[in-house]
Design a protein around this ligand. Structure first.
Ligand code: NDP
Length: 250
């Protein structure tokens, strides 16, 4: 039997997170810890997923309370410790997928509160999760940020109304490259999943008058997982890549 691999995927109840969990569960000897915002979140889609032999799905709630991040961290660790009776599971691959793309405006009409909410979900949330889960990461491990090409400063094109979303993803990109340099045993990569038919992808399409995003969830998930599987310290770590493996400039 091959060694088992444990993934933790955030934002797993819908969209790309759900697609990633679905694909990972089809791999044998794979444990997927799926985080959702709260136990009141609908999990029928997750619970209905087929699971390969020797694999399992564990669903746990996680939400970041900015007024009390210590208690958010404590709650998450306590949920994780209840998963294994004898020891807390080591996480081999952490996929920081949860993210917000809910309102798109040009600079002059971007509400500061929209900047704040995108910063909270897209920048602070992955940083907080990394801080909390770092002791549970295996050595070596991979930490993957599901980022967005809209967070690239070097490749910014046109005048798409992406201030709040783009800044928050650029901030997260900075964080993931920092992980690469500060933590030699961690393969840290930012991955652009493509422009995908999900709520997030549709919100952006609506903001620029496009009927729907071009990519299916399946295309995105298979591309993202190919990048996750192939990520190595010597090559991709510390870089920003697209689902098809092409490098995106920061
Ligand atoms: P969806 O809107 O379909 O799903 C977003 C997921 O993130 C949901 O599970 C949502 O939980 C969770 N989430 C958002 N904010 C928080 C938060 N503060 N705390 C906990 N969970 C949160 O989006 P996608 O699946 O498309 O997006 C997944 C990732 O891919 C995001 O990081 C997004 O920025 C990125 N991305 C997506 C693109 C696309 O075209 N779809 C393009 C480029 C990047 P809940 O259901 O409870 O709201």
């Amino acid at each position: 039997m091959s060694a088992s691999t444990t993934y933790l995927v955030t934002g797993a109840n819908r969209g790309i997170g759900l697609g990633l969990v679905a694909s990972l569960l089809l791999r044998p000897n794979t444990t997927v810890i799926a985080t959702i915002r709260s136990l009141t979140t609908a999990t029928d889609d997750l619970n209905a997923l087929p699971v390969a032999e020797g694999s399992k799905l564990l669903i746990i709630p996680f939400t970041l309370s900015l007024s009390s991040p210590e208690s958010s961290a404590k709650d998450l660790l306590s949920w994780l410790s209840t998963l294994a009776s004898t020891q807390t599971p080591k996480i081999n691959i952490l996929i920081l997928n949860a993210g917000l793309g809910s309102s798109f405006h040009p600079i002059l009409s971007t509400p500061l509160l929209s900047l704040l909410s995108h910063f909270e979900s897209n920048t602070l949330l992955p940083i907080h999760l990394f801080q909390t889960l770092h002791p549970l990461l295996s050595n070596p491990s991979k930490v993957i940020l599901i980022s967005s090409s809209l967070g690239s400063i070097a490749e910014m094109e046109g005048a798409a109304p992406t201030l709040a979303y783009g800044i928050s993803k650029a901030g997260a990109n900075y964080f993931i490259r920092k992980v690469h340099f500060e933590h030699p045993s961690i393969v840290a990569v930012a991955i652009h999943p493509g422009w995908v038919k999900t709520a997030n992808g549709q919100n952006f399409a609506d903001s620029i008058g496009v009927s729907e995003p071009p990519m299916t969830l399946e295309q995105s998930v298979s591309g993202v997982l190919a990048q996750v599987d192939g990520a190595k310290k010597e090559t991709t770590s510390g870089s920003f890549v697209s689902f098809d493996g092409s490098v995106i400039q920061w």
